[in-house]
Design a protein around this ligand. Structure first.
Ligand SMILES: [Zn+2]
Ligand SMILES: [Zn+2]
Length: 362
């Protein structure tokens, strides 16, 4: 289907200023908002088209793309009204009108809310990924009445207050003048039906709060603070509406032996000054236990030894980063008499070598 020109949709000229575009959209939104036009299915489509046009023309970058390349240019740039989605249109609306219309779209059954839980994993778990069991309280559909709120086998009537529609109209004054607002019926709670004998388990609410347990896969490579989303595992919504999502926020426990930088691991290693001079072997903590590493003779303070493939994997992808071992020289304190003597002799020997070689190094 050919798309209409965005300027035409908003009824402004191609030279319209940002302010004019804003004003025009405001006017249209007021006329076309679905809550005001509950009886007119076309109004919703028109409102969506206006909001889409506004979303493009109110953004200088998108507007430029549209001016130069039209609808195809926006699509090529990755923008689409589908991905912009109804929720962002709702967002636009809320930025303009706040709660003047009750905060958005009151039609239709409400989706269930999201649930957020936290889990803690170790750095070692990040290497291979791990499983965790999370428990949380969530709203579920009552199993006793299957959500209809009536004791099984008892009749359900249409609500008299809203005549079974679940909605009541309310006139209200706002900064935009008189508006009609559709609200969920307060007698039947928006369901349109009333149980003669409320369900004993849920007292007629159709829903209950219960404890749920869920097995979570924490993928390898996850970063501290990242969230895993399990679609549809959150609170139950109104009958017929989608269930909310479960979000699991992962904290990665700090480990003072390791500093993590994405897929790289940094470790500090105390190296006795004599080992650094002569070379030798030392053990280094790694994610998979202690590892013996070769310290080359003549290692300097701050030098980095690389352990390839001993770091962490990326979140999605294969391979592993490296571990970087930073040499920190350990100078002995409180030398005994013999040791002082040895150190002095070494010092003299090194000093002699220094004065023997220095005059010739120019
Ligand atoms: Zn029930
Ligand atoms: Zn009602």
């Amino acid at each position: 289907m050919a798309k209409r020109d965005y300027y035409e949709v908003l009824g402004v000229s191609r030279r319209a200023s940002g302010d004019e575009i804003k004003k025009s959209f405001r006017r249209l939104a007021r006329e076309l908002h679905p809550d005001v036009n509950a009886h007119d299915p076309e109004a919703e489509e028109k409102f969506k088209a206006a909001a889409e046009a506004y979303e493009v023309l109110s953004d200088s970058g998108r507007r430029r793309t549209y001016d130069q390349l039209g609808h195809d240019g926006l699509r090529a740039g990755g923008w689409s009204s589908e991905t912009a989605g109804f929720s962002s249109i709702q967002d636009i609306f809320q930025t303009f009108f706040g709660d003047a219309f009750g905060g958005g779209f009151s039609r239709g059954p409400a989706a269930g809310g999201d649930v957020l839980v936290g889990v803690e994993v170790s750095l070692r778990d990040v290497l291979d990924g791990t499983g965790r069991e999370v428990s949380f309280e969530a709203i579920s559909v009552c199993e006793h009445c299957h959500g209809n709120g009536a004791e099984p086998g008892t009749p359900i009537h249409a609500c008299e207050r809203c005549e079974g529609t679940g909605q009541v109209q309310e006139q209200m004054r706002s900064v935009f003048g008189q508006v009609v607002r559709a609200m969920p019926c307060n007698v039947c709670g928006g369901d349109g039906r009333l149980a003669e004998t409320p369900c004993e388990t849920c007292s007629g609410a159709g829903r209950v709060a219960d404890e749920r347990t869920w097995e979570i896969d924490v993928p390898a490579g996850i970063e501290d603070g990242q969230r895993i989303r399990i679609s549809g595992a959150g609170h139950a919504g109104d009958p017929g509406a989608r269930q909310g999502d479960l979000y699991v926020e992962v904290s990665v426990e700090a480990d003072d032996r390791f500093i993590r930088q994405g897929t790289e691991i940094v470790t500090r290693l105390d190296v006795p000054v004599t080992t650094a001079m002569l070379g030798g072997e030392l053990t280094v903590p790694t994610l998979e236990g202690e590892l013996t590493v070769e310290i080359p003779a003549g290692s300097q303070h701050g030098e980095v030894l690389r352990l390839p493939g001993m770091g962490l994997p990326p979140l999605r992808g294969s391979g592993r980063g490296d571990q970087h071992v930073v040499v920190e020289l350990l100078v002995p304190r409180d030398l005994g008499d013999d040791e002082q003597e040895l150190a002095r002799r070494l010092d003299e020997s090194l000093g002699a070598r220094e004065s023997a070689t220095s005059p010739r190094t120019d």
